[in-house]
Design a protein around this ligand. Sequence first.
Ligand code: ADP
Length: 548
Amino acid sequence: MQEDKRIEQISAQIVRLANADFSKEGVISEKEDDLDSIVVGLNVLSEELESYVHAIKDSEEKLQNALTSLTEAQRLSHIGSWEWNITANTINWTDELYRIYGRESENFEANFENFIACIHPDDREYVNGVIQKAYRDKTAFSFAHRIVKPNGEESFLDCKGNVYVNEEGVLSRMTGTAQDVTDLKRAEQKISQLAAIVEYSSDAIISKTTEGYVTSWNKQAEILFGYSEKEMLGKHITLIFPKERLDEEDEIMAKIKEGQSLLNYETERRRKDGTIISISATISPVKDPSGKIIGVSKIARDITEKKIAEEKLRAYTTALEHKHKETEQFAYIASHDLQEPLRTITNYIGLFSKEYKGKLGEKGDMYTGFIENASKRMQVLITDLLEYTRIESDKAHNDIDCNALIGEILKDMHVIIEETDAKIEVEDLPVVKGQYSRMKSLFQNLINNAIKFRKPDVLPLIHISVKDQGKEWLFEIKDNGIGIEETYYDKIFKIFQRLHSRKEYQGTGIGLAHCKKIVDLRGGQIWVESEYGKGSSFYFTIPKNIIL
Ligand code: ADP
């Protein structure tokens, strides 16, 4: 091969090497001269270069992989990072940092001023101070602050930073990370709010393990049971159980383990000073996110006072019922026994007046008349009283067709109805369960009053209607009579209470008390609504089912 050709080949080999082209080796001639040594040297160089290039490519690939992993890790952990090259005055933000700040790299220039502008106005001075200090002191730093995103949303960031000083001791670089801890912060805030609610609740709030060991004990629990939080934490809950109620813990836990809650469970517990208190507790299982029961919560309130009051009320009601029965019995016996002498008086005064009328002078006749009237009135009074005391609650109930019942009443009352020209309108009435004579007496009294308390110059108009209220019937007996002033709405249902003198309207003041007793015994209510001078409506309810 000619020398020129060989030199050309060597040059071409050098160019290939410069272009990192290791595809061809230089050819050695048979001469083994200097040119051949150059070719051998170039071939060795080529081999070495090739392995270097491979190593570099390998490292590049690894670096790229590491960068990808870092970006992914940042995305997953919501940690972004930045690098501030102070010498070159450039700041680099990672993709995640842009995401955290709610910005896009295309239209947001990451510089110090823009960074400060993103910070919550209340935190700006503080953040600026931290960075200035790190710059001045050349020390690492960490701080937390809020940012405001372009959409107005606030986020909490937890930041850390590092400083790098060059060989001349000059600060050349700062790097740092920012983690979005908004969810964590919000959860912390919620937890502290809940903790405050628990702490200042007016109920004792306790938690325990499923084995019954106390894990939390709030202020009210300290007050209610007399044990401090320190004394109770880690202790078994049965410490506050009276001896005879120790079995309750197993019963409660059996329910809790089935996932049930106990609502308003009334029981007794023992305070530290030994006193027994009545409590009402709501006990529920505490579950972990997988639904496994990991503890028990208990909200308890002192109901000792309520229990005492209930007991007192029960005793009072029993005593009252007893007294009431005694009084009724007395009234019954008295009125029953009074009937006999009264009958004698009435009979004899009748005979006396027949025998001596006109013989005793005008005054004598007048006095005899007074005695006759008074004894007749007394007879009516005693009959009404007897009737009233005879009502008992345990009589059998039947189906009563109220339409037929009213028909019968109106027949019985035909004389007074005709005399007064009263108009009585009756809507279609239901069949109710009740005691016939009592229901009759109830309607009779109300219709009778509606006619009796009519206005002197107005014809009585009475309207009887009913409303279905689901569980009960609501009856109304409406009249256009004299009306009742509101102050007397309750008074008129009490026995012997009348608003008028006998001269104005006849009566004993027992009728409405009688009605009230009948309705009460039937489990209903009776009341009046009226426009004084215009008329009254008497309402009463009759439950569809018998409540005795
Ligand atoms: P009495 O009818 O024997 O007086 P009640 O117990 O039936 O006794 O009624 C008590 C009082 O209620 C009556 O005296 C009367 O003043 C008033 N009252 C009852 N019904 C009516 C009515 N429909 N309109 C106006 N007042 C009435």
